[in-house]
Design a protein around this ligand. Structure first.
Ligand code: ATP
Length: 252
């Protein structure tokens, strides 16, 4: 099985078929039920955001998609069931997860971290070309290619975590709170780059965020989670203009 699809090609899933379709998804930790039958989709080349307060189940939603938590319900990637599959298998199908807390290898250099991201790939020449592609998107990483990841700033570590995930050439990138703990200027820079990557490479994104205003600017579709249930969904623009959402989540 190859890892995902080329970065610069359109996704093979037909426009009518969602890249990711989640139906009646339940998730639990031991006896604790956290998701109660949620439905959502990510379009091919689309950006979907899942918003919600602390503890709503956002992180669990991403963990469920990549097979890291016990679930019931259906998770389809380009029409194929992936629920119940091993995380390793889901990664090989082209789903890359950037967890909260980033999880870069702190004792390895920037470039060694990028190499780890490409571990499933056999196309060594193209991997080499992808380093340069990552450095074009994230010039700060190029300046710090030989620096230990643990010594990078928070923003640089987040960029490295995303670049490392992109080295898999994923068809779907799962991002857990990429804005967390970063200065507003860095967050804006990061979200601009995410928009460019989506537009240029066609990588679909499922973004979990507490920063609703930023996420709604980047995404085309949004879902609002409250204690494990979807309470509102629709085009991001419409959600952004909704009076109740504005008051509760956007603060204006
Ligand atoms: P936050 O924004 O605070 O990260 P979240 O929306 O991502 O919140 P989750 O991390 O998915 O929420 O957590 C949802 C619920 O599941 C919470 O009540 C949390 O306490 C519980 N939970 C999360 N991880 C575990 C675990 N490993 N074992 C038991 N309960 C857990």
């Amino acid at each position: 099985m190859s890892a995902g699809r080329p970065l610069d090609g359109a996704d093979a899933a037909s426009p009518a078929q969602p890249l990711l379709a989640v139906r009646k998804l339940h998730a639990q930790y031991g006896a604790t039920r956290v998701l109660h039958g949620i439905d959502f989709e990510v379009r091919p080349r689309g950006i979907t955001t899942v918003l919600g307060a602390n503890g709503a189940g956002k992180t669990t939603t991403l963990r469920a998609v990549c097979g890291m938590v016990r679930t019931q319900g259906e998770i389809l990637l380009a029409g194929d069931r992936i629920d119940g599959k091993a995380t390793e298998d889901i990664v090989r199908r082209g789903v890359a997860h950037v967890p909260d807390g980033r999880g870069t290898f702190s004792h390895l250099t920037t470039e060694e971290n990028l190499r780890m991201g490409a571990y499933t790939r056999r196309d060594k020449n193209e991997v080499q070309a992808d380093y340069e592609r990552m450095y074009a998107w994230f010039p700060r990483l190029k300046e710090r290619r030989r620096q230990q990841a643990g010594t990078l700033s928070g923003g640089e570590q987040q960029m490295l975590a995303i670049a490392r995930a992109l080295m898999l050439r994923p068809r779907l990138l799962l991002l857990d709170e990429p804005s967390f703990g970063l200065a507003p200027l860095i967050v804006r820079e990061l979200f601009d780059i995410l928009g460019e990557i989506n537009a240029a490479a066609g990588t679909s994104i499922l973004l979990v965020e507490q920063n609703a205003s930023l996420a709604l600017r980047l995404a085309d579709h949004a879902y609002l989670l409250e204690t494990g249930r979807v309470v509102m969904s629709g085009p991001a623009e419409r959600i952004r203009d909704d009076e109740a959402v504005r008051r509760s989540y956007l603060g204006y």
